[in-house]
Design a binder for this molecule. Structure first.
Ligand SMILES: Cc1cc2nc3c(=O)[nH]c(=O)nc-3n(C[C@H](O)[C@H](O)[C@H](O)COP(=O)(O)OP(=O)(O)OC[C@H]3O[C@@H](n4cnc5c(N)ncnc54)[C@H](O)[C@@H]3O)c2cc1C
Length: 410
């Protein structure tokens, strides 16, 4: 058995790396082992559905830290090692390779896995999910050869990959089961804008459609069959059907899980000495709703909170959520969380492909979606962090900069 007096972090992704780096930056001296099942050191996932697919970004540019960082910060990075069991009483972790690790403190940053719908034909070659660099490399190779691409799912990853495929000159169809795109995250006006903008770029966008089966054989995918009997020819099917939190280890440990590992605002699980951060977690938001955020920002900010907790400093989670999605030349930036909004304010004209939507509840600014309007987004983040609202009627005038309402507009 390999002895580790310090911390073992399971999951070497955005949150796991951030946690390790933050602990070292704050003077944590004990050993840190970062265990990752992927073959490569921690990297950025966002480009995988964007510039990596189009070939504009190469794998080497994705790594979050240079190779020397791990040794120089005394972080033992184990790649291609999957944790398969944890004995809490014995403080021992079993790895799939047969190795074991012992720990004094434990953190779970296991992320999420692509949700694979149970459809006939889902295993045919040319049906691709996208979560890891290995997935993206395989998808990129398929995409180069493909001519008819069907994307199942009109969420962020579905639309980003659709835009990338279109940019490469492919014929692209997006199929969404719900009545509108991005339905869970943005207001209908933003959904409608995206449907139209992608159509203008030559993508076929279909909503309210149910996929019944994938047709093909062991040599590859040929078509997507819809519930109404329509058959769409396809030589590549991309699954943009969401992600599921990796809770298997937490559940085996008996930690409370509710569609993610439940954490409090100090990133503590139901067993207060085990912390968790990133896509694998859920937390209660300020309105007492369960929130599971899949974003780089959440992974980073929760990992920082987890680091403070492990150091005994207890700094509660208070970050304003932010997110971005680049779909070809359409740059969406989101600040805040729009849950429970009762009023929308539009700034600018969607027809110009540069506008923002402000979400309010009882005259209080909750969130902003900015499409190709980065100044609105930047101001909104600062307004939300300072808990400053803006008068909705005045904010509708796009010629008035939102930073006008900041105490110190800079
Ligand atoms: C294609 C794509 C595009 C995205 N685009 C954006 C974007 O534009 N903007 C944005 O904000 N966010 C985006 N995201 C989301 C963002 O990448 C995630 O929110 C972020 O990576 C979460 O970090 P994490 O550390 O929680 O999980 P991950 O980065 O998934 O890391 C978890 C790691 O843990 C490993 N692991 C799990 N279980 C075990 C185990 N038992 N043993 C060992 N290792 C284990 C996994 O293999 C994985 O490497 C995107 C995600 C994807 C997939």
């Amino acid at each position: 058995m390999e002895m580790t007096e310090g911390l073992v972090i399971i999951g070497a992704g955005q949150a796991g790396l951030q946690l390790a780096a933050e602990l070292r930056a704050r003077g944590y001296e004990e050993p840190i082992v970062l265990v990752g099942e992927e073959a490569v050191p921690p990297y950025q996932r966002p480009p995988l559905s964007k510039s990596f697919l189009t070939g504009e970004t190469q794998a080497a540019a994705l790594f979050l830290r240079p190779p020397g960082f791990y040794d120089s910060h005394r972080i033992s990075l184990l790649t291609e090692e999957r944790a398969v069991g944890i004995d809490r009483a014995a403080r021992r972790i079993a790895l799939a390779s047969g190795r074991t690790l012992s720990f004094r403190k434990l953190a779970l940053t296991t992320g999420a896995a692509a949700r694979i719908p149970s459809l006939p034909g889902i295993d045919y070659p040319g049906v691709a999910a996208l979560r890891t660099l290995a997935d993206a490399e395989s998808l990129r190779a398929h995409l180069q050869k493909a001519s008819e691409v069907v994307v199942i799912g009109g969420g962020f990853i579905g639309l980003e990959t659709a835009a990338a495929a279109r940019k490469l000159g492919k014929s692209v169809t997006v199929l969404e089961a719900l009545p509108r795109l991005l339905a869970r995250v943005v207001a209908p006006i933003v959904s409608d804008f995206y449907a139209e903008a992608h159509r203008r770029r030559g993508i076929v966008v279909r909503t309210n459609v149910t996929v019944a089966a994938l047709e093909g054989d062991a040599s590859g995918i040929r078509a997507v069959r819809l519930a109404d009997g329509t058959r769409l020819a396809a030589d590549l099917v991309i699954l943009g059907t969401g992600a599921l939190p990796r809770t298997e280890l937490a559940e085996a440990l008996g930690l409370a899980c509710q569609g993610g590992i439940l954490v409090d605002r100090f990133a503590r699980t139901s067993s207060s000495e085990i912390v968790a951060a990133g896509d694998c977690t859920v937390h209660r938001d300020l309105d007492d709703r369960m929130a599971r955020l899949e974003s780089v920002q959440n992974a980073i900010d929760q990992a920082k909170v987890a680091a403070a907790t492990l150091l005994g400093w207890f700094e509660p989670f208070s970050a304003v959520p932010w997110f971005w999605s680049d779909q070809g030349d359409l740059k969406l930036q989101i600040a805040g969380y729009n849950g429970g909004y009762d009023r929308l304010v539009l700034r600018g004209d969607p027809a110009t492909e540069s506008f923002s939507v402000l979400y309010f509840r009882q005259e209080q600014l909750l969130a902003v979606d900015s499409i190709n309007r980065p100044a609105d987004y930047a101001a909104a983040r600062r307004l939300l962090a300072a808990r400053i609202s803006v008068p909705p009627a005045e904010a509708a005038d796009p010629s008035v900069p939102l930073k006008k309402w900041l105490a110190n507009p800079g």
